[in-house]
Design a protein. Structure first.
Length: 255
């Protein structure tokens, strides 16, 4: 259980009032982030605390930078994604651009692990593809989805080896499940195979990237060319992915 009072924290300047002002705003963890961890939290105890001064959080959390009213992709990089994800994604994109790769490949590099930034880790390629599909070329979303499965399988013909870091992450005896094997085979036989495979070639892990730090604003022009930014703002444009962007805007909402 977490309590939050209205304390601003590096939010973009605006005059919007904070919701639920003057009350302690309780944060109930999302079940997915809690189940199986061994950490205990008592929702019944939180429910028992509810009164005129204790409510469950809904809306902007002053412990987080406040998002603009019409958030852009760059805003999520600046105000929501964790530092490791930001550096990893921007670094992959920058390497692809510097090597003269097509915009579709560089854009897939920018977005390939985006769900890891502030949403969900399991099946990150699939979630990331759904997040961005309404806003990018179909080839980009496809590559984002299938890079996850391809990461587990070497392709010596193009210089891709099984990542040594995976032995550290999962143990040397780890075997990917059947659906990963199935989707890797689907990808190998697809016309966009090399788009997804090239993403895996630029998918360096954070501990290989610590010497460089990247600024999301430096990628604004590239993003504007390759990402269909909705005028209403991400999360408010009524696409099949809008709810996922809203979840990242208000990650501590009770409902």
């Amino acid at each position: 259980m977490s309590d939050n009072k209205n304390i601003d924290n590096n939010s973009p300047n605006d005059d919007r009032p904070w919701p639920q002002a003057g009350r302690t705003r309780m944060i109930a963890r999302s079940p997915l982030g809690n189940i199986g961890t061994g950490d205990e939290w008592d929702e019944d105890a939180m429910l028992a605390r509810m009164d005129d001064k204790h409510v469950f959080m809904m809306g902007d959390n002053p412990a987080l930078p406040r998002m603009p009213e019409r958030p852009t992709l760059v805003d999520f990089f600046k105000y929501r994604f964790n530092k490791i994800a930001v550096n990893h994604l921007l670094g992959a994109c920058k390497r692809a651009i510097d090597d003269g790769q097509r915009d579709e490949i560089a854009m897939a590099c920018l977005l390939h692990d985006i769900s890891n930034g502030c949403l969900i880790r399991p099946d990150h390629g699939y979630w990331s593809a759904q997040l961005v599909a309404p806003y990018v070329a179909a080839e980009v979303a496809w590559a984002v989805k299938y890079h996850q499965a391809l990461r587990y399988f070497a392709d010596p013909a193009v210089g891709y080896q099984y990542p040594p870091s995976y032995n550290r992450f999962f143990g040397p005896d780890y075997e990917p499940p059947e659906y990963i094997r199935r989707d890797a085979e689907i990808a190998r036989n697809h016309e966009w195979y090399m788009t997804a495979r090239t993403v895996t070639l630029y998918d360096h892990y954070f501990f290989a990237d610590t010497a460089m730090q990247y600024n999301p604003d430096d990628f604004t022009d590239f993003i504007n060319r390759n990402f269909r930014q909705p005028p209403e703002g991400l999360g408010f444009d009524d696409t099949p992915a809008s709810h996922m962007w809203r979840t990242m805007i208000w990650p501590n909402n009770f409902l």
